[in-house]
Design a binder for this molecule. Structure first.
Ligand code: SF4
Length: 209
Protein backbone atom coordinates (compact mmCIF):
# COMPACT_ATOMS: atom_id res chain seq x y z
CA UNK A 1 0.00 0.00 0.00
CA UNK A 2 1.24 3.47 -0.88
CA UNK A 3 2.28 5.91 1.82
CA UNK A 4 2.44 9.64 1.12
CA UNK A 5 4.35 12.47 2.79
CA UNK A 6 3.48 16.17 2.38
CA UNK A 7 6.56 16.61 0.16
CA UNK A 8 5.37 13.83 -2.14
CA UNK A 9 1.96 15.48 -2.49
CA UNK A 10 3.47 18.92 -3.09
CA UNK A 11 5.89 17.55 -5.67
CA UNK A 12 3.12 15.80 -7.59
CA UNK A 13 0.98 18.93 -7.58
CA UNK A 14 3.90 21.04 -8.84
CA UNK A 15 4.87 18.55 -11.55
CA UNK A 16 3.86 14.87 -11.97
CA UNK A 17 7.01 14.26 -14.04
CA UNK A 18 9.18 15.45 -11.18
CA UNK A 19 7.25 13.17 -8.85
CA UNK A 20 8.02 10.29 -11.20
CA UNK A 21 11.78 11.03 -11.20
CA UNK A 22 11.97 11.58 -7.47
CA UNK A 23 9.62 9.04 -5.94
CA UNK A 24 9.06 6.35 -8.59
CA UNK A 25 12.50 6.16 -10.18
CA UNK A 26 14.07 7.38 -6.92
CA UNK A 27 16.62 9.59 -8.68
CA UNK A 28 18.07 12.20 -6.32
CA UNK A 29 19.79 15.20 -7.84
CA UNK A 30 22.33 17.42 -6.02
CA UNK A 31 20.97 20.72 -4.73
CA UNK A 32 22.68 23.84 -3.43
CA UNK A 33 23.19 23.01 0.23
CA UNK A 34 23.74 26.60 1.44
CA UNK A 35 20.07 27.29 0.76
CA UNK A 36 19.06 24.75 3.41
CA UNK A 37 21.97 25.11 5.82
CA UNK A 38 20.52 27.71 8.22
CA UNK A 39 17.21 25.88 8.48
CA UNK A 40 18.94 22.54 9.10
CA UNK A 41 21.14 23.96 11.87
CA UNK A 42 18.21 25.61 13.66
CA UNK A 43 16.07 22.48 13.39
CA UNK A 44 18.87 20.28 14.78
CA UNK A 45 19.60 22.70 17.62
CA UNK A 46 15.91 22.99 18.51
CA UNK A 47 15.62 19.21 18.68
CA UNK A 48 18.66 18.81 21.00
CA UNK A 49 17.47 21.70 23.19
CA UNK A 50 13.94 20.34 23.58
CA UNK A 51 15.29 16.85 24.36
CA UNK A 52 17.28 18.42 27.19
CA UNK A 53 20.77 17.92 25.72
CA UNK A 54 23.58 20.33 26.57
CA UNK A 55 23.88 22.61 23.53
CA UNK A 56 26.36 25.19 24.91
CA UNK A 57 29.12 24.19 22.47
CA UNK A 58 26.77 23.90 19.51
CA UNK A 59 25.44 27.42 20.08
CA UNK A 60 28.95 28.84 19.65
CA UNK A 61 29.16 27.71 15.99
CA UNK A 62 26.17 29.83 14.95
CA UNK A 63 26.93 33.01 13.02
CA UNK A 64 25.28 36.28 14.04
CA UNK A 65 22.22 35.88 11.84
CA UNK A 66 21.69 32.30 13.03
CA UNK A 67 22.08 33.44 16.66
CA UNK A 68 19.26 35.96 16.18
CA UNK A 69 17.00 33.36 14.62
CA UNK A 70 17.78 30.89 17.41
CA UNK A 71 17.06 33.46 20.14
CA UNK A 72 13.80 34.35 18.47
CA UNK A 73 12.77 30.66 18.47
CA UNK A 74 13.81 30.17 22.11
CA UNK A 75 11.67 33.16 23.10
CA UNK A 76 8.65 32.06 21.09
CA UNK A 77 5.55 31.56 23.25
CA UNK A 78 4.70 28.20 21.64
CA UNK A 79 8.26 26.87 21.81
CA UNK A 80 8.13 27.49 25.56
CA UNK A 81 5.07 25.31 26.14
CA UNK A 82 5.27 21.82 27.65
CA UNK A 83 7.36 19.50 25.51
CA UNK A 84 5.97 16.19 24.30
CA UNK A 85 8.21 15.19 21.38
CA UNK A 86 10.43 16.59 18.63
CA UNK A 87 11.46 15.29 15.20
CA UNK A 88 8.42 13.12 15.74
CA UNK A 89 7.28 10.62 13.06
CA UNK A 90 3.51 10.23 12.80
CA UNK A 91 1.32 8.44 10.30
CA UNK A 92 -2.32 7.47 9.89
CA UNK A 93 -4.64 5.83 7.39
CA UNK A 94 -7.22 7.75 5.37
CA UNK A 95 -9.31 5.81 2.87
CA UNK A 96 -6.94 3.32 1.24
CA UNK A 97 -3.82 5.35 1.88
CA UNK A 98 -1.25 5.91 4.57
CA UNK A 99 -0.10 9.49 5.06
CA UNK A 100 2.55 10.76 7.43
CA UNK A 101 5.60 12.85 8.10
CA UNK A 102 7.96 14.18 10.73
CA UNK A 103 6.79 17.02 12.98
CA UNK A 104 9.36 19.57 14.17
CA UNK A 105 7.82 19.46 17.65
CA UNK A 106 4.66 18.65 19.55
CA UNK A 107 3.87 20.72 22.65
CA UNK A 108 0.91 21.14 24.96
CA UNK A 109 -0.69 23.33 27.60
CA UNK A 110 -3.83 22.83 29.70
CA UNK A 111 -6.09 23.58 26.69
CA UNK A 112 -4.48 22.25 23.53
CA UNK A 113 -1.82 20.28 21.76
CA UNK A 114 0.36 22.28 19.36
CA UNK A 115 2.17 21.04 16.27
CA UNK A 116 5.12 23.37 15.72
CA UNK A 117 6.78 23.97 12.39
CA UNK A 118 9.76 26.36 12.34
CA UNK A 119 10.28 28.30 9.13
CA UNK A 120 13.52 30.14 8.46
CA UNK A 121 12.25 30.93 4.95
CA UNK A 122 8.69 31.83 4.12
CA UNK A 123 5.57 30.15 5.48
CA UNK A 124 3.13 28.57 2.96
CA UNK A 125 0.95 30.98 0.97
CA UNK A 126 -2.25 29.19 1.98
CA UNK A 127 -1.24 27.62 5.32
CA UNK A 128 -4.68 26.25 6.24
CA UNK A 129 -4.72 24.04 3.14
CA UNK A 130 -1.03 23.31 2.80
CA UNK A 131 -0.42 19.55 2.51
CA UNK A 132 1.90 19.65 5.50
CA UNK A 133 -0.78 21.28 7.68
CA UNK A 134 -3.47 18.84 6.61
CA UNK A 135 -1.34 15.68 6.91
CA UNK A 136 0.15 16.57 10.30
CA UNK A 137 -3.18 17.67 11.80
CA UNK A 138 -4.96 14.51 10.69
CA UNK A 139 -2.18 12.25 11.97
CA UNK A 140 -1.85 14.05 15.32
CA UNK A 141 -5.65 14.12 15.80
CA UNK A 142 -5.75 10.30 15.61
CA UNK A 143 -3.31 10.16 18.54
CA UNK A 144 -4.20 13.23 20.60
CA UNK A 145 -7.81 14.15 19.72
CA UNK A 146 -9.24 17.33 18.24
CA UNK A 147 -7.94 19.91 20.72
CA UNK A 148 -5.16 20.61 18.36
CA UNK A 149 -3.53 23.59 16.65
CA UNK A 150 -0.88 23.84 13.97
CA UNK A 151 1.59 26.68 14.49
CA UNK A 152 3.93 27.91 11.77
CA UNK A 153 6.67 29.83 13.56
CA UNK A 154 7.84 32.40 11.05
CA UNK A 155 11.39 33.11 12.19
CA UNK A 156 12.07 35.51 9.34
CA UNK A 157 9.36 37.94 10.44
CA UNK A 158 9.19 36.83 14.09
CA UNK A 159 5.49 36.01 14.03
CA UNK A 160 3.21 32.97 14.31
CA UNK A 161 0.50 31.65 12.04
CA UNK A 162 -1.92 29.43 14.00
CA UNK A 163 -4.47 27.05 12.48
CA UNK A 164 -7.23 25.44 14.56
CA UNK A 165 -8.38 21.89 13.97
CA UNK A 166 -12.15 21.19 13.91
CA UNK A 167 -14.33 18.14 13.08
CA UNK A 168 -15.43 19.94 9.87
CA UNK A 169 -11.82 20.41 8.86
CA UNK A 170 -11.09 16.76 9.57
CA UNK A 171 -13.66 15.70 6.93
CA UNK A 172 -12.59 18.36 4.48
CA UNK A 173 -8.88 17.54 4.82
CA UNK A 174 -9.53 13.82 4.39
CA UNK A 175 -11.46 14.47 1.19
CA UNK A 176 -8.73 16.70 -0.28
CA UNK A 177 -5.97 14.25 0.62
CA UNK A 178 -7.76 11.18 -0.68
CA UNK A 179 -8.36 13.03 -3.97
CA UNK A 180 -4.68 13.85 -4.50
CA UNK A 181 -3.60 10.32 -3.44
CA UNK A 182 -6.08 8.87 -5.97
CA UNK A 183 -4.66 11.17 -8.67
CA UNK A 184 -1.10 10.06 -7.93
CA UNK A 185 -2.06 6.39 -7.89
CA UNK A 186 -3.83 6.64 -11.25
CA UNK A 187 -1.38 9.04 -12.92
CA UNK A 188 0.21 8.23 -16.26
CA UNK A 189 3.22 10.07 -17.61
CA UNK A 190 2.48 12.33 -20.59
CA UNK A 191 3.91 11.15 -23.92
CA UNK A 192 5.42 14.56 -24.51
CA UNK A 193 6.67 16.66 -21.64
CA UNK A 194 5.77 20.33 -21.76
CA UNK A 195 8.21 22.75 -20.18
CA UNK A 196 7.25 25.80 -18.16
CA UNK A 197 8.96 28.61 -16.30
CA UNK A 198 9.41 26.43 -13.18
CA UNK A 199 11.55 24.03 -15.24
CA UNK A 200 14.39 26.57 -15.13
CA UNK A 201 14.68 26.06 -11.37
CA UNK A 202 14.02 22.33 -11.35
CA UNK A 203 16.92 20.07 -10.31
CA UNK A 204 15.74 17.47 -12.84
CA UNK A 205 15.80 19.76 -15.89
CA UNK A 206 19.02 18.22 -17.26
CA UNK A 207 17.46 14.76 -17.48
CA UNK A 208 13.94 15.89 -18.35
CA UNK A 209 13.54 15.86 -22.13
S1 SF4 B 1 12.11 20.06 -15.73
FE1 SF4 B 1 9.99 20.78 -15.65
S2 SF4 B 1 8.74 19.14 -16.53
FE2 SF4 B 1 10.75 18.27 -16.01
S3 SF4 B 1 10.54 17.45 -13.96
FE3 SF4 B 1 11.29 19.52 -13.73
S4 SF4 B 1 9.47 20.81 -13.47
FE4 SF4 B 1 8.81 18.84 -14.30
Amino acid sequence: MNSFSPNMLKTFEACPVKYYFKYVQKISMPQKSSFFEKGKKIHALANYYLRGDNINKLETVLNEEEQNVWQSLKNNEFFKKTYIASEYNLSCKIGNYWIGGRLDALMKDENNYYILDYKTGSIPKNPEYDYQTMVYLLCAAKMYGNKLKFVYIDLKNNQNCTIDFTPEKEKEYEKILIEICDKITNAQLPEEIEHYKICEFCEYNKICL
